[in-house]
Design a binder for this molecule. Structure first.
Ligand code: IMP
Ligand code: MG
Length: 176
């Protein structure tokens, strides 16, 4: 068991299981895009570990970049739009594959799809290591999923609880 701030977490998914899930995603994407040079885009901060492990296993030509989503409070109190930070590359005609750590409600996914809509990409695909189907509220397609998990809060492998836990090489779940 581990303690982060005021909460306790118990082991949930081993480093070996994570690696197996990433291997599976790599194999599918290599297969689907064997004649392309995809650009993988990691969504910071959480995705840094999955991007690193994914790319070490991906043996075909590819590029990598990172973006961050900034919440931006608009002039009206209810208006909250997201903005992309770090996308300073022309993606016209490219195969873009977003690498996410986790998809929960799908709000972030929806923002990403909207933000990339104006880029004239050839393919736009979404890959996520973890997915919480019971929390997902959107009618949007997720192209590649590593591991489906119950609707519980997890930390480790890039995911944090209030800043802590990202460095853990395996995944822990909030203790009931
Ligand atoms: P969304 O609800 O799908 O938009 O997910 C938003 C973000 O919430 C993710 O990118 C993560 O940063 C964070 N998140 C969602 N579920 C968890 C979790 O179980 N642990 C840690 N962070 C999470
Ligand atoms: Mg994330």
């Amino acid at each position: 068991m581990i303690q982060l701030h005021d909460k306790q977490f118990v082991p949930f998914i081993s480093a070996k299981e994570i690696n197996f899930a990433i291997e599976k995603m790599v194999a599918q994407i290599e297969d689907d895009f064997f004649d392309e040079t995809p650009i993988f885009i990691g969504v910071l901060n959480g995705s840094f570990m999955v991007v690193s492990d994914f790319l070490k296993l991906y043996k075909k030509p590819c590029e990598v970049s990172f973006i961050k989503l900034a919440s931006y409070e608009g002039t009206s109190s209810t208006e909250s739009v997201k903005q992309l930070i770090g996308l300073n590359q022309d993606l016209t005609g490219r195969t873009v594959i977003i690498l996410e750590d986790i998809i929960d409600t799908g709000n972030t996914l929806e923002e990403l799809k909207n933000l990339f809509k104006s880029q004239n990409v050839k393919h736009f695909k979404i890959a996520t290591l973890f997915f919480k189907p019971d929390a997902f509220k959107k009618d949007l397609k997720i192209d590649y999923v590593g591991i489906r998990i119950p609707n519980k809060f997890i930390v480790g492998f890039g995911l944090d609880y209030d800043g802590l836990g990202r460095n853990l090489p395996e995944v822990y779940q909030l203790k009931e």
